[in-house]
Design a protein. Sequence first.
Length: 169
Amino acid sequence: MLITFDDGYPGIATQALPVLEQYHLCATLFLIGNTVGRPGYLSAAQLQRLVDSGLFDIEGHTFAGHDAAPGHPAFSEMTPPEFQRDQELEVALFRRFHIPAPVAIAYPHGRPNLRLVPLLARDGYRVGFTVVPGWISPHDNPWLLPRWIVWPRMPLHRFAAILTHHGRA
C-alpha cells in the first residue's frame, strides 16, 4: 500500500508527519512546485522538514501545470516545449531542497497528457498516477495507474471497504 498526499498543503507537515512518525510509516508527496512558500501551502521550512524526516518520498505533480494560468497552460494541455520549461523549474526546486529526481508523477486533476509520456520517460519518470479509483495490477499501463482517493470526512465504513478490497469509495 502506498500512502500519498497531493499538492503540498501545510497539514501534511503539521498533521500527517507526526502520525507517520508515531507509527513509523512512509508516504509520498506529489508536490506542486510553485506553491512552496505560498499562503495555504507548505513553507520552505515545512518542506525541508518533510525531506529531512526520511519518511517522505517527494514526487512530481508539475511545477506550475496543476491549473492553467496566464502564460502557463495546465499539464493536460502542455506542448513538449512548455513541459520542458516546467520540468526545468521542478528539477531546480528539487535540487534546492536536495530531493532526488522524481520517478513518479500524479497527473494534475488525474488528467494525463499522453503526448508527454516519452518526455517523462526520458527524464527518468517510470510511472504516472491518475485519480481513477482502483487497485494496481501487474497488467496495468504504468503511465495510467489508478489510485483510491480518501477525501476529508469520508465515512469510516467506506475507507474500510477500500482497505479490505470490498468496494469502491
